[in-house]
Design a binder for this molecule. Structure first.
Ligand code: F6R
Length: 251
């Protein structure tokens, strides 16, 4: 595992974006796994800036998003489809973007389709991840099996409360979502985790230094052979001295 601790959330997002951009330009990433949430907005902005400046071209890249809310159509402004359009796709065209369809008639068949599409694309070269305050990755809440596949899940109260600001106008966060499984995520050849802000400090510590447990889904990442973590000093504030010793420590 490689850990990069940057002074601010903006710095961490930029460093993670630059790391991804280098891999795309180097040709080792053709299939990119994407995340949503507040954390990667600055990362996408940085990628868009690179594209606008002619330094990066995503037109040969296929993408797979981690998750989507059940019941939301792609056009719904609160959907992750809409988020991706707003923050990346409308500014930096990709070859093809795959997302789970939240309004699929048969959610289980939809998840099977997604697994097939990932396989048919040759697997995910690099998966970008955020982390929930309860240690979730994708929408794999605590107690998710570490070999779980893409499936419908029930969101817990902490996750729904954290995401409520994304549902303005009296709307409530859906109770269910479709998410890549932890097993699916672990099959990506390279993982990049971006964590910023003090609210993530405890989860990041549990993920990187705690026991591998069902209680902290992100602890499953410890088993991955190629994980790079970008954190700001706030998110890294609970890491023990062995990890947090310097700005660019490996472990
Ligand atoms: C989003 C996702 C989630 C988020 C996590 C953190 O696609 O899969 O795991 O990464 O909920 O969200 P933010 O960045 O809003 O704190």
């Amino acid at each position: 595992m490689k850990l990069h601790i940057l002074p601010t959330a903006q710095d961490a997002a930029k460093a993670a974006a630059d790391h991804i951009a280098v891999k795309v330009k180097g040709g080792s990433v053709r299939v990119l796994g994407l995340a949503t949430g507040r954390t990667p907005i600055a990362l996408y902005q940085r990628l868009v800036d690179h594209v606008a400046g002619g330094k990066l071209d995503l037109r040969m890249i296929e993408s797979f998003n981690l998750d989507e809310y059940v019941g939301l159509r792609a056009e719904d402004p609160c959907s992750f489809h809409a988020y991706m359009q707003q923050h990346l796709f409308s500014h930096a065209p990709l070859k093809h973007s795959y997302l789970l369809e939240g309004d699929a008639e048969d959610p289980f068949a939809e998840c099977d389709r997604y697994e097939r599409e990932i396989r048919d694309a040759g697997g995910i070269d690099l998966q970008l991840l955020g982390i929930g305050q309860n240690g979730h990755i994708g929408f794999n809440e605590p107690e998710s099996a570490h070999d779980s596949r893409t499936r419908p899940v029930t969101l817990n109260a902490m996750t729904r409360a954290a995401n409520q600001p994304d549902f303005p106008g009296g709307r409530t966060v859906p109770e269910q979502a479709l998410t890549m499984g932890i097993g699916t995520i672990l099959e990506a050849r390279v993982l990049v985790l971006l964590a910023t802000g003090a609210a993530k400090a405890q989860a990041l510590n549990a993920a990187l230094q705690g026991a591998v447990s069902l209680e902290c889904p992100a602890s499953a990442l410890q088993a991955h052979a190629d994980l790079t973590v970008f954190a700001d000093t706030e998110a890294a504030s609970r890491l023990g001295p062995a990890l947090a010793a310097g700005p660019q420590q490996g472990a």
